[in-house]
Design a binder for this molecule. Structure first.
Ligand code: COA
Length: 103
């Protein structure tokens, strides 16, 4: 049971920390072949429009702290780092930033 709770900790943490009214973006990815051509930006435009149309007050995602390219894309669009996980226990190579953008 301890192993199960450790393996699923990131997932449980996501479920536990999404507030009512938040629009959670689980994943976004662009084929390597089309990287850096504005596709990610267009996708984010569309996703944010969808969140607003659904009446969400805020859009939320988790990104690996090592994923500097994705983080740059979000920050350029007005997203901010609201928190990080794990909060205390350091696990090498495993750190997620919870990023948000309020509408
Ligand atoms: C993160 C990701 C979705 C971004 O997608 P993308 O299509 O490359 O994004 P964009 O092209 O809109 O922007 C990326 C860069 O290209 C540049 N760019 C945008 N439009 C451009 C264009 N028409 N011509 C040239 N460059 C352009 C942007 O300025 C940006 O530069 P930066 O590296 O300084 O930030 C993509 O890299 C990806 O799938 N990564 C792997 C999966 C992943 O990490 N997902 C995020 C998990 S939270």
């Amino acid at each position: 049971m301890i192993v199960v709770s450790i393996v699923f900790a990131p997932l449980l943490r996501i479920i536990d920390t999404i507030a009512d009214g938040d629009f959670y973006l689980q994943a976004i990815a662009v084929d390597k072949e089309h990287d850096g051509k504005g596709v990610g930006t267009a996708l984010m435009d569309s996703i944010e429009d969808k969140a607003i149309a659904r009446g969400s007050a805020r859009i939320v995602l988790d990104v690996s702290a090592q994923n500097e390219g994705a983080r740059r894309l979000y920050e350029r669009r007005g997203w901010i780092v609201a928190s990080q996980w794990p909060k205390r226990m350091a696990i090498p190579g495993l750190r997620f930033l919870r990023m948000t953008k309020a509408f």
